[in-house]
Structures are given as C-alpha cells and as structure tokens.
Design a protein around this ligand. Structure first.
Ligand code: UDP
Length: 492
C-alpha cells in the first residue's frame, strides 16, 4: 500500500530560524528571492516518491526538504511506495548492487524482472493517481519506484523527474547490464538528476542535471555546539571522563572502545579535548580505506630517524608524539543487517590488536551506539568538533557526507580522488587529496604535512567551510530544485 508521509512539524526547521543566523541569512535571502521568481511560473504540487520513510540519507533529509519547499511557496508532499511481494525487494537490492558494479550476484536481468518492476510501479502509480492533479511534478528517487512515471503519465498529465542518488564512475558488465535494464523506464522521464557528471549513463546525457547532496546546518550532526554542550556529549556518551558534576544524564547506550586486551567497553579518557586528533568516521566498509590509514598512522608515529625528526620544530615533534588516531563507526550490535560490516570491523580489530602496546593507546577504535539517531548524530558532531584533522580515505565514494560535515566545521580534510570527495575538496585549497588511498607511505606523508602546518590547515579549513556554505548546504540543494522546476515549466 502506497503511504503518504506527513512530515513532523519541527519548530527548528523553518526559514526564519535559519535566516536569524548571521552566517546563513544571506544565503537564505537569496533562496527566498529565487523562490519568489520560480513560484510565479511554477504551479502544482511536487511529489517526492521513494521506497522508505526512515533510514538512509534520502529519507533523513526529506522532512526538512519538504518543510522548506512548502515555506518557499512550493507545495510539496511525500509518498512512499510499498509492495507485498518480497521478490520485488530482492530485485531492487540486486539492481542496486549491479549499479554499484558488483558482478558477484550475476548480471542477468530478465524480462520477468522488468515485468515485476512494472507491476509494482503500476500498483503504486494507480494509488498515487487518486491524489495528484494535472500539472503536478513527480520526483522519483532511485530505482525502486522507477516504473511509475510511464504509468502515471498515462493516467494524469504530470511532469516527471528521476533523481538518482547512486553513483560509481567505473563502468563494468554489472553497471552496463543495470543501466540497459533501466533504459526503457528512464526514457519516460522528462528529466533526470544525478550527484556527479561521472554517474550519468550516456543515453541520459541530454536530459540530466546535477544536484549535489547537502547537509542541514541545524541538524544534530551539524549544528554548532557550545563548549559545555560538546563536553557534555563527550561525557554523557562515555568518550570523556567528567572531572566536574554534569548537568545532563548519561546517554542510554554508551560508546564502546576496543581496549588493548581486546575487551570492548566504554572508552573513558582518550585525550579528545587535549591531544591533536586525527579522525575518520565511517561505516565499517573496506572501501572506506581504514586499514591503509591505520598503517599510515603507525608509520607517522615511527618517524624516529634523527634526521627526519630534526627537520621538525620541537612543537611539531611534540604534535606527532601526542597525536592520536580515532576511528568511529556504528556499533555492530546495532546494525543487524550488515554482516559484511561486522567482518570488516573484525579485520580492523585484529590489525589493531597486533600492534605494539604503546601504539594501541594512541589509537581509539570507537563503536557508536545506533539506538538513538539523535545521540549518534550528536556524538559524531562532537567528535568532528574535537578533531585537528579529519580523514576520509575512501577507495570509492558516492559523495561522502562525512567530508561535507567536517568541512562545514572548518576542518581541512585529507581525502582521496574518489569522485564524491574530489568533487568537494579542491586539492590544496580546501584540504588535500592523496593519489593512492592504499599507499600508507603517501598517506603518512600527508598526515605529517597537514598536522605540522597548522596555519595552512586553518586556512584550508576556512576555505572548506566556505565551499560547503556555497555549494553543499540544503539551501543550494533547494536552489537547484527551483532551477529544475523552472526548466520543467519552460519545457512545457
Ligand atoms: N555516520 C554516523 N554514525 C556512524 C558512522 C557514520 O552517523 O557511526 C554517518 C556520517 O556522519 C554520515 C553518514 O553516516 O552522515 C555516512 O554518509 P557518507 O556519505 O559519508 O557515506 P556512506 O555511509 O553513505 O557510504
């Protein structure tokens, strides 16, 4: 049964709350002016259609997007498709994996598969048709509801857009099979939207536009924290020993840390508030490049030869001596549907446990509780605030919101040339990019270079923040949606 989701009315998400913030008022004013022009031409309701109301980046941002679009004068609603046919979700999962280039599952997609996608699309389109009016716009997110446009258009004349949040720049037999399979469905759309030019299949080149993913600067993960709030979060989550009484209660579930003896218990003191901190936050996924980063940190700590050491000022020698590496990822106890994540986590744990005792104290592998999205987001926020240097050593990255989040907090990020990351970080301007995320010597060189050049690091961090302000906040994303509505209108 198709579900219409009524977003909660959150007092914090309102244009005037954003525009009251000195840092955001200009960008919000620009957006309001753009919307005033767009709404003169654009009529009807915008329908966002996806396959889940909770979980995942798309669903997470949707309530905020809808609330703001409505405030800007664009009527916007949200419908979530459903099906009682488990084979449909097996197919869309397979399609998702193929679009990511995973050949293992077999690349055959049959005409029965196409029929299944069409039948579920038809069921949902017929239900939605009762709610939509001629001239409305439907924005279909990702492959699950992709078949709806062709069917809906025959029932009611609507504008149709397909928004693809998936992206890999490599092409192989799997991606080619998936894009070939989707082609008849996608040819029904007036426009398609991707997150990077590299992700657009050639047959859509003339109908595609770009909209970058974005962050909400008022979300729990990205809002500004006062020093007391930040210290409170660190203490309440178990990441910092409280030396004074605290106003707030401990979180329901605490962060856990792999201890040097292999136990996994709350961390206590890790020096987050005092030491130079190198941080990577990610799911436990091999493509996030944890292992080479760990190896690089070990090399960084072993810059012992007198010649190399004497090239550093005493302050920088001290920096490298004191610095610590933090890996933060979801507590596998809270992520039941990710067996591969557990496997990767175990591999990282084994690498950690094989290190010298002294090194182990300088590396904290943190498991963040997932039971409360709010507490998880606040912990990520506080950790990112404490970092001296944020790293995202991904071998592949669709976009890399962790990079955006850190840049927004004024950090120079050490990233890689994975599409999503190089799209955000301009090498040497907003941060640095390694050439090879598997080369631990190269990574170690960058870590030392960036840590030991605080002036340059701060300048890059300033630039990083401005880059996010200009391109990767929710306001830019909404502005691009307004552009899209104008294009649709002028195309008739
Ligand atoms: N994240 C989180 N808790 C964790 C690990 C990651 O909240 O323990 C968040 C992270 O802050 C970011 C998102 O998950 O907002 C990951 O998005 P990204 O685009 O970086 O990578 P993906 O996981 O989608 O590959």
């Amino acid at each position: 049964m198709l579900k219409l989701v009524e977003p909660e009315q959150s007092g914090k998400v309102a244009l005037d709350v954003y525009s009251a913030d000195a840092r955001l008022s200009a960008i919000v004013r620009g957006l309001t002016q753009q919307a005033a022009l767009a709404t003169r031409q654009f009529q009807g309701t915008v329908w966002m259609i996806n396959s889940t109301a909770t979980g995942g980046g798309v669903a997470e941002m949707m309530p905020t997007m809808l609330k703001l679009l409505n405030e800007l004068g664009i009527a916007a609603r949200w419908a979530v498709i459903d099906s009682d046919r488990p084979e449909f979700f097996r197919l869309t999962k397979r399609l998702h994996n193929l679009l990511h280039g995973q050949i293992e599952a077999g690349i055959d997609l049959s005409s029965e598969d196409a029929q299944l996608l069409a039948e579920v699309g038809r069921d949902n389109a017929e239900q939605l048709a009762h709610h939509i009016k001629p001239g409305d716009t439907i924005i279909v997110h990702d492959p699950q509801p992709v078949a709806m446009a062709g069917i809906l258009k025959k029932l009611v004349p609507v504008h149709t857009v397909w928004r693809c949040h998936i992206g890999v720049d490599e092409r192989n037999a799997a991606t080619r099979a998936a894009w070939r399979f989707l082609q008849p469905f996608l040819s029904e759309y007036d426009r398609t939207v991707f997150s990077a030019p590299e992700y657009i299949p050639s047959y859509l080149a003339d109908h595609a536009m770009l909209i970058y993913p974005a962050i909400d600067p008022n979300s729990h993960k990205n809002r500004e924290l006062t020093v007391h709030k930040m210290v409170g979060i660190l203490c309440n989550s178990g990441c910092q020993t409280p030396y004074e009484p605290l106003l707030t209660e401990p979180f329901n579930e605490l962060v856990r840390r792999i201890q040097p003896n292999g136990d996994i218990v709350p961390p206590g003191e890790i020096g987050l508030l005092f030491r130079p901190i190198i941080l990577q936050v990610s799911r436990w996924d091999r493509l996030k490049g944890f292992k080479p980063l760990l190896d690089a940190f070990v090399k960084l700590k072993k810059i012992e030869t007198p010649r190399r050491k004497s090239a550093l000022s005493p302050r920088n020698q001290q920096r490298l001596e004191l610095c610590r590496l933090i890996f933060a990822g979801p507590d596998p106890r809270g992520v039941s549907d990710d067996p591969e994540g557990k496997e990767v986590f175990n591999e990282i744990m084994q690498s950690y446990l094989s290190l010298d005792e002294l090194l182990k104290t300088d590396i904290a592998i943190l498991l963040l509780p997932m039971t409360s999205r709010r507490e998880n987001a606040l912990i990520v926020n506080a950790l990112q605030y404490c970092a001296s240097l944020v790293v995202q050593n991904s071998l592949r990255e669709g976009f890399g919101l962790t990079v955006t989040e850190a840049m927004w907090k004024g950090h120079a990020v050490l990233g890689t040339r994975a599409v999503g990351i190089r799209q955000q970080i301009r090498d040497g301007i907003d941060g640095c990019l390694t050439h090879d995320p598997t080369d631990s010597d190269e990574i170690a060189g960058h870590l030392a270079g960036m840590l030991c050049s605080p002036g340059q690091r701060f300048a890059m961090g300033r630039s990083a923040r401005f880059r996010v302000y200009e391109s990767f906040l929710i306001f830019s994303q909404l502005g691009r949606y307004l552009d899209l509505f104008t294009v649709l209108k002028s195309a008739g």
